[in-house]
Every structure is written in structure tokens, then in C-alpha cells.
Design a protein around this ligand. Structure first.
Ligand code: PMV
Length: 328
């Protein structure tokens, strides 16, 4: 029997994968084909508050706007809440606010489902271990499993059919000089979301055959780069991994090309800067925007090269949050 508190609130950061999750081996539970590794974006993410719905009807509020129950986002949130409350009668208001600048063109599903999981854990006083919270968040959105933690995070694919061993955990490495720059090419809603994109790639792309082994190698290399404190190795591997993932997408049918002309122009600018000796790398997800990886000493230069660059310091002292203790 669940016992709810008056209200609960939690924050979870957005995250950027350095070794990507692409492809599900099981669709309902979001079990991945490969393990992945990311860095969380400190203060950029989602705040989610849960309170009882006195009206008796569930309500989902996104950035201050009440959504009707049939909007896909609200329906997804409500079925996720049902994982926790089951048949018990607990009508809720789920109030989520994303502080990710829309200009950054970042998806908010990872931080959103992670924050919702943390808030539900508090609201129903479940005191679940972090790894179990991560496995739950994964069921909302795969990458949300990583947003339960700060810093560098690894999501191990696991082997069990129930998915309980498919969760993330934080890596004990801190890189205070690391900067992530968000280059906005477009904030338009993507035509093919990640679920549909993965399905199409797995089913139709011949190149996808090579992806699991590539991802496993890249994960190993990034691990080693973290141990060796080797930024160049980390950046180069992350960029190569993202391009390899996009190659599998492009080889799908119908072709899946998330890039726009401006994305390619930004890639070429990164490569030109590297030729000129600036240590900057990029990664890209299922959308047209680039995420740059560089060191604090090059921030000014990169802000000049990319005028609208939104810069995040994942390991800055003032952005450390203890996710588990951010309750109200
Ligand atoms: O968690 P989803 O279903 O939004 O998928 C995320 C897929 C990528 O962003 C492309 C890669 C990743 O690991 O985050």
C-alpha cells in the first residue's frame, strides 16, 4: 500500500551521450542493443513537482501549460505514473518545467523522465536505490536512465529479460575544465523521433550490423581516456561514434538524415578549427544541432566562432546538485 506525502519536487539534468545509445533489443522496456556513456549538463534540465489532484482527475502541466490527457506527452506521463501507483487511486498533478533554453535545441525527455521518477520516488516514499530509479527512468525514455546521475555516467545494457540490470551508474571521474557548447541549427520538432528512428535503422540499415561492435569499442576507448585524463582521445572518439551512428541512420530506408545544410557547415567549421590547432570536437543526436566538446581555455574563442553558443560546465563547483536530496 502506497502512502503519499503532501507534495514532492525533484530536478534532473539533461545529458549528452559521448558513446550513443542507438537501437532497442526490446521495445516495451527500452532495453538497448548497446551500452552507452554520457555527461550530464549540470543545472540544465527539468524540475518536476507532484501534488494531489483535488479534482480527482490526473493533470499534466508542461512549462506552465495544462495539457489535455490525449496529448502524446501527457498520455506517456500518465502511463509512466501508473507503473508506480498501479491500481491505487491517487489522482495527481504532474507539473514539469524545463530550464533548457529552447534556443539550445536539446531534447527534454531524458531529464523529464528522470525528474519524474525521482519525484514519484519521494511522493510515494519508496526510497528506491539509485540504480532501480535509473531502471525505472529508462522505461520512460532510454537516455533518462543516465539523467538520474551527474557527471560522467555509464548505462550498461544488461542481460536480464526484465531489464532490472539495464541501468546507469555514475563514474568516479571529474573534469572541471570540460565545456559542452550547444550550437543551435534548428529547434523545429524532428520529423522522425528517436523511437521510430531506431526501429527504422535496426530493420532496414545494412550498416547497423557493425554498430554494436563499434559502440563497444568506443565505450572502452572513452573509459581509457577518462582514466588517462586524455581529452583528445575522448573528443575524437565521441565525434567518431556520433558520425558512425549517423552513418547507420543514413543507410536506412527511407533514408534517415537528421542533418541540415547548417549542420554540415558547423561540422566543417569544427574541422577547420581543429586543423588550426584548436582542440574542439562535436557530437550530434537525432536532430540537426551540434554539441561541441572543448576545454575552458578555448571558451572565448569558440564563442566568437559560434556566436549563439550556449556553454555548460558539467563539473563546475556551483552546479553540483545532490539529486537524491533535492526534495521539498
Ligand atoms: O532516450 P531516447 O529514446 O530519446 O534516445 C536517445 C538517442 C540519442 O540521443 C540519439 C543517443 C543517446 O544515447 O542519447
Amino acid at each position: 500500500k502506497l502512502i503519499a506525502v503532501d507534495q514532492a519536487e525533484a530536478f534532473a539534468p539533461s545529458n549528452i551521450a559521448l558513446c550513443k545509445y542507438w537501437g532497442k533489443r526490446q521495445n516495451e522496456l527500452n532495453l538497448p542493443v548497446n551500452s552507452s556513456l554520457s555527461v550530464s549538463l549540470a543545472h540544465l534540465g527539468s524540475h518536476t513537482q507532484i501534488r494531489p489532484a483535488t479534482s480527482g482527475e490526473d493533470q499534466v502541466i508542461l512549462n506552465g501549460q495544462v495539457l489535455t490527457a490525449d496529448t502524446p506527452f501527457a498520455a506517456k506521463v500518465i502511463s509512466f505514473v501508473n507503473l508506480f501507483r498501479g491500481q491505487q487511486n491517487y489522482p495527481l498533478i504532474v507539473d514539469t518545467r524545463n530550464n533548457i533554453p529552447t534556443a539550445a535545441g536539446l531534447a527534454s525527455s531524458a531529464s523529464g523522465f528522470a525528474a519524474l521518477t525521482l519525484a514519484l520516488n519521494q511522493y510515494f516514499q519508496l526510497a528506491l536505490p539509485d540504480t532501480v530509479l535509473s531502471a525505472f527512468a529508462r522505461m520512460g525514455s532510454g537516455s533518462a536512465s543516465r539523467s538520474v546521475f551527474t557527471g560522467f555516467v555509464e548505462w550498461r545494457m544488461g542481460q536480464q529479460e526484465d531489464g532490472m540490470d539495464s541501468h546507469a551508474f555514475p563514474l568516479d571521474v571529474s573534469w572541471p575544465d570540460l565545456r559542452v557548447g550547444l550550437v543551435k541549427v534548428s529547434s523545429a520538432q524532428k520529423a522522425v523521433d528517436s523511437r521510430a528512428g531506431m526501429k527504422r535503422t535496426v530493420e532496414t540499415s545494412g550498416l547497423y550490423q557493425s554498430w554494436p561492435a563499434q559502440a563497444a569499442r568506443d565505450l572502452e576507448t572513452i573509459h581509457q581516456a577518462l582514466i588517462d585524463d586524455d581529452f583528445s582521445q575522448l573528443g575524437a572518439t565521441a565525434e567518431h561514434n556520433a558520425m558512425s551512428m549517423h552513418a547507420t541512420m543514413i543507410a536506412s530506408w527511407p533514408p534517415l538524415l537528421y542533418w541540415q545544410a547548417e549542420s554540415v557547415a558547423a561540422m566543417q567549421r569544427v574541422w577547420a578549427l581543429r586543423e588550426a590547432g584548436v582542440e574542439v570536437y562535436f557530437t550530434m543526436d537525432a536532430g540537426p544541432n551540434l554539441k561541441l566538446l572543448f576545454k575552458a581555455k578555448d571558451q572565448l574563442l569558440l564563442e566568437t566562432e559560434f556566436p549563439d553558443l550556449e556553454v555548460v560546465a558539467p563539473f563546475a563547483e556551483d552546479s553540483k546538485t545532490n539529486l537524491a536530496s533535492e526534495s521539498v
